[in-house]
Design a protein around this ligand. Structure first.
Ligand SMILES: NC(=O)c1ccc[n+]([C@@H]2O[C@H](COP(=O)([O-])OP(=O)(O)OC[C@H]3O[C@@H](n4cnc5c(N)ncnc54)[C@H](O)[C@@H]3O)[C@@H](O)[C@H]2O)c1
Length: 380
């Protein structure tokens, strides 16, 4: 293989094979660019903002992706940034602006607390960087809208870390639902329980956890939510809810049910989808997908629904993958190819909009009929 390196002294042979992952750099800014096997390719220079639980996961995965040059990390906490920088052998900064000003980055991952997503994302976009911002996209909808608008104006990727989309069991389920495996769908039900995370104080469990389920539900069904109601509790968190039970109505009549809390002494992450042919049961943690068949459905699925009888159980074979790795690879691919990210700013906005409506429904004790505009964005 012949390789020529441009603008990147010192970055030659050890990385040669790595770059095969990326075949175009139309949307990349800045050196180093290389030719490999006749194709233009580039190392993507990456920085991570926030070296807490999620930031360290991003650093671990990014350090092992071919074609990525992990350059720097930033955290407001000195010991956090020092240990992350030392472990990954990269430069560390206490200020993201300083990191952005000095490092000529192409891509920045924002994994700081949610209340900082807006400012940190705008800073990165202003410096010409593509961004993956952790979920929830922002603290409120005005901030989220501004982030989307600025990214569009700058021609930069804004991806949102709705990581469950990249769980292989969710992908498998989506494939079967799209193929009509279940016939008419009646209900989608999410269970997301676990202990209270003391470090998360800036948002409640709806914005922090239920955004995963709201995003997955709209993604799987491809339909907008038109109505919702919820009941919430604040038991440990004094500022925000730490438990929600909610009912949603999708525009095609499917009922969504959410049971999400930070008050359970064991971690549960499940999703059930019930329809006329049976029920899918998905476990996000084990990446297992089961199907329980209803033997009473007419074979063409269009007849009257006459009854339910227990039938066979099928366990789908799923190749286990780390969702974060799949998510980062997907975002890097879209940056490299200049194509829209799988989970874009609008998807993040939609999940946040639904989450904030659920909080209002719980606090105000009323059913919320969603405006046309929200319903429209839900369907994207
Ligand atoms: N996708 C997922 O499954 C998932 C899982 C966990 C967390 N998250 C999201 O990731 C984000 C971070 O959560 P976490 O669990 O890692 O929290 P964390 O508290 O463990 O880490 C946050 C880090 O950000 C640092 N920080 C605070 N302000 C900063 C600033 N202005 N600039 C740079 N660094 C700053 C803190 O010092 C801390 O080290 C949140 O938005 C959260 O919702 C996503």
């Amino acid at each position: 293989m012949t390789e020529r390196t441009y603008g990147a002294p010192g970055l030659s042979d050890p990385f040669a094979y790595a770059i095969c992952l990326f075949t175009q750099v139309g949307s990349l800014r800045g050196p180093p660019y290389r030719f490999l096997g006749g194709q233009l390719a580039a190392m993507i220079r990456v920085g991570v903002v926030g070296a807490g639980v999620m930031g360290r996961n991003h650093l671990r995965v990014l350090s092992d992706i071919e074609g990525v040059e992990l350059v720097a990390v930033c955290d407001a906490d000195r010991s956090a940034v020092e240990s992350a920088a030392q472990l990954r052998k990269i430069r560390g900064y206490l200020s993201s602006w300083e990191m952005l000003s000095r490092e000529n980055l192409n891509f920045v991952v924002i994994a700081a607390p949610t209340k900082f997503h807006h400012r940190l994302t705008l800073e990165a976009l202003e410096k010409g960087c593509h961004v993956l911002v952790e979920k929830p996209i922002a603290a409120d909808l005005a901030q989220a809208r501004q982030m989307i608008t600025v990214a569009q104006k700058q021609g930069l990727t804004l991806a949102v870390g709705q990581i469950e989309r990249f769980n292989p069991a969710v992908r498998e389920l989506k494939k079967h639902l799209d193929a009509g495996y279940l016939g008419r769908i009646f209900q989608i039900r999410a269970l997301r329980l676990g202990p209270f995370p003391a470090r998360i104080r800036d948002v409640g469990v709806v914005a922090d956890l239920a955004t995963h389920d709201l995003d997955v539900m709209t993604y799987l069904l491809g339909r907008p939510v038109v109505r919702m109601y919820s009941e919430t509790h604040r038991k440990i968190n004094t500022q925000h809810e730490d438990m929600v039970n909610a009912v949603l109505k999708f525009d095609d009549g499917v009922i969504g049910v959410l049971d999400v809390n930070w008050l359970t002494p064991t971690k549960v992450r499940q999703l059930n989808v019930l329809g006329e042919r049976g029920m899918f049961q998905l476990d996000y943690l084990t990446q297992e997908l089961l199907f329980f068949e209803n033997t009473e459905v007419p074979s063409n699925g269009n007849g009257a629904f006459t009854g339910v009888t227990e039938g066979n159980m099928t366990r789908f074979q799923i190749r286990q993958t780390e969702p974060l790795r799949a998510e980062l690879l997907s975002v890097l691919r879209s940056i490299s190819h200049g194509t829209p990210p799988e989970v874009d700013g609008d998807a993040g906005y939609n999940a946040l909009a639904l989450a904030l409506s659920l909080v209002s429904a719980g606090e105000e004790g009323r059913v919320i009929e969603l405006a046309d505009s929200l319903a429209a964005v839900s369907a994207r």
